[in-house]
Design a protein around this ligand. Structure first.
Ligand code: INI
Length: 158
């Protein structure tokens, strides 16, 4: 039996991060931790690119462009959608999730969903370097793991 299970490794790989500036006090912390994780796993500075979007709603289009460029092994999407602050929470969070998954499936390049969807700002901060760790770091690890997995899985025929 062959089992595919990849440890996160970044050396020699290229990653893009699409990050929303809406709720930047949260997303800035997610970005900081994500970049730290990539560097800690051996990704070179010149192999990292960051694109800022206005909000989480715009992440899918940017992820799609980056993924389709063929320049990256994975694209990490970071954002924070906070229910307490928006009446259209479901639309923004739902479309971000749907669109990021569409970017993945359309491009064949892993686009990682690092978008916090919380009820309060406090819950978001807890997940951006607070009591519940930092989901930016976790997203970067997922991006590196998926990059390795996609390299080792059988390639599509034709
Ligand atoms: N964008 C977010 O990333 N998080 C939010 O909590 C949010 N709220 O509260 O509305 C938000 N809205 C902006 C949205 O992502 C788009 O940028 C905007 O609708 C323009 O298309």
């Amino acid at each position: 039996m062959k089992v595919y299970r990849e440890a996160a490794g970044g050396r020699g790989r290229r990653f893009a991060v699409a990050v929303s500036r809406f709720n930047e006090p949260v997303t800035g912390k997610l970005l900081e931790a994500a970049l730290a994780a990539f560097r800690r796993h051996g990704v070179d500075e010149e192999d990292l690119e960051v694109a800022w979007t206005p909000g989480a709603f715009e992440l899918p289009l940017v992820a799609m462009r980056l993924a389709r460029s063929g320049q990256f092994d994975a694209v990490l999407c970071l954002g924070a959608v906070i229910r307490g602050e928006t009446a259209h929470f479901e639309h923004v969070a739902g479309e971000a999730a749907r669109g990021i998954q569409a970017a993945t499936l359309d491009s064949g390049v892993p686009c990682i969903f690092g978008v916090l969807t919380t009820d309060t700002l406090e819950q978001a901060l807890d997940r951006a370097g607070g009591a519940h760790g930092n989901k930016g770091w976790d997203g970067a690890v997922a991006a590196m793991e998926m990059a390795g997995l996609m390299d080792s899985l059988p390639k599509r025929e034709g």
